[in-house]
Design a protein around this ligand. Structure first.
Ligand code: TMP
Length: 222
């Protein structure tokens, strides 16, 4: 596909501050004179379209072991295909910027490193689902899972559709979150050109500054 816009993804474990930072970056981008004519869209995965948000509900609610890993993977991918086709690609094709809270690296970290599914299969599935789309830049908000999980507030109030707590992954054991975290660190090491690791233990203002340095360095025409 031809992409003219810019696609930035945010990755990290639970409580790494992604949603706050993504909104702050969007505000900053929208305030720039060079971006006056450019649409800046924030979105999230799983989710981002009505159907993908319904799939999200299945994924994030219920008991930690309520579904097989393969079911989980296919739901994640189904939501992603809807999201890419109905929202992300159309915005990029119009020259807009998309800032997305989680994307394909979450599948590698959670389903690959966390659940132990074959990385080879996951890369193949991701490629198939994405039809060649790849983020221009990925910000990894790097914080140890114990610290991040302690920051997560009870998620009940976050569930927009069912009122049920969105904590199926949070409830999964500490060993799982350690595997996911180590996975993100490894992914950032392996693809350091695209994935930039930022120390998310700092206060929000410093994290925001560090993100801006990375973004303005990556897109010098801003
Ligand atoms: P969130 O709480 O950051 O919005 O994300 C919802 C959960 O979905 C999070 O715990 C991680 C999980 N997830 C996966 O397991 N695989 C994926 O590919 C994505 C995008 C999310």
């Amino acid at each position: 596909m031809v992409s003219m816009g810019r696609f930035i993804t945010f990755e990290g474990g639970e409580g790494s501050g992604k949603s706050t930072q993504i909104n702050r970056l969007a505000e900053r981008l929208r305030s720039l004179p060079s971006m006056a004519q450019v649409e800046v869209v924030t979105t999230r995965e799983p989710g981002g379209t009505p159907m993908a948000e319904s799939i999200r509900e299945l994924l994030v609610t219920g008991a930690p072991n309520s579904m097989d890993s393969k079911t989980e993977l296919l739901l994640v991918l189904a939501a992603r295909i809807e999201h890419v086709q109905k929202l992300i690609s159309p915005v990029l094709q119009k020259g807009g910027w998309v800032l997305c809270d989680r994307f394909m690296d979450s599948t590698l970290a959670y389903q690959g490193y966390g659940r132990g599914m074959s990385m080879e299969h996951l890369l193949m599935f991701n490629q198939w689902a994405l039809s060649g789309l790849k983020p221009d830049l990925t910000i990894f908000l790097n914080i140890e899972p114990a610290l991040g999980l302690a920051r997560t507030k009870p998620r009940g109030a976050n569930s927009e559709q069912s009122g049920e707590a969105e904590d199926r992954f949070e409830q999964t054991g500490a060993d799982f979150h350690k595997l996911v975290y180590d996975g993100f660190c490894q992914l950032a090491k392996d693809d350091h050109e695209r994935i930039k690791s930022i120390d998310a233990r700092q206060n929000m203002e410093n994290v925001q500054k560090a993100i801006w340095e990375v973004v303005s360095g990556a897109f010098p025409n801003l």
